[in-house]
Design a binder for this molecule. Structure first.
Ligand SMILES: C[S@@+](CC[C@H](N)C(=O)[O-])C[C@H]1O[C@@H](n2cnc3c(N)ncnc32)[C@H](O)[C@@H]1O
Length: 163
């Protein structure tokens, strides 16, 4: 399979995918952060991985050929995009017919809770979500995923939803 990992960061998800697709498959990781990409490339080189590549790209201004990926994967990235609805629509055009889009996004609504009150834990949890907010992240993207992926104006392609 040929897989696109959007907002790949330092490549953690890309490397999992590279292992899954094997040497006959390929993974392309996209990110706009040069430092993260450099680390990702170093890790690929250290592990002598030939089936994964990392390219600088802003998801808000994609310029990639259509119909080339079997799957598009993203973890905790849509929450940082100003218009994830548009990006998902554009990404769907990059998929081959029958391709798969898989996203994992966080949501503060079901943040970790403890039965016994644990003030320090609650403080830390709040710090984490405050940080996401300060980064400009949408703290409710997790529960928005369904409506994003089932939006009516997606190109009429035969892609499969995996939530
Ligand atoms: C929370 S990190 C997740 C990294 C990786 N997906 C993971 O789970 O390990 C979010 C990543 O999205 C990237 N990102 C945010 N906005 C982006 C954009 N417009 N274009 C490309 N990458 C973007 C950031 O640079 C960052 O590496």
């Amino acid at each position: 399979m040929s897989i696109l990992d959007i907002g790949c960061g330092r490549g953690d998800v890309s490397f999992l995918l590279a292992d899954m697709v094997g040497i006959e498959g390929s993974v392309l990781g996209l990110d706009l952060n040069d430092n993260a990409l450099e680390v990702a490339r170093e890790r690929a080189s250290e592990n002598m991985l030939k089936n994964v590549d990392f390219v600088k790209s802003d998801l808000n201004a994609l310029s990639i050929d259509n119909d080339q990926f079997d799957a598009i994967v993203g973890r905790r990235v849509l929450m940082y995009l100003p218009d994830p609805r548009r990006i998902i629509s554009e990404l769907s055009a990059l998929l081959k017919i029958g391709g798969i889009m898989i996203f994992q996004e966080s949501d503060s609504t079901l943040s970790s809770k403890s039965i016994v009150p644990m003030p320090l834990h609650q403080h830390v949890d709040k710090w984490i979500w405050d940080t996401v907010e300060r980064e400009g992240g949408n703290t409710h993207l997790g529960f928005d995923l369904w409506s994003l992926l089932t939006q009516k104006d997606l190109p009429s392609k035969n892609f499969v939803l995996r939530l």
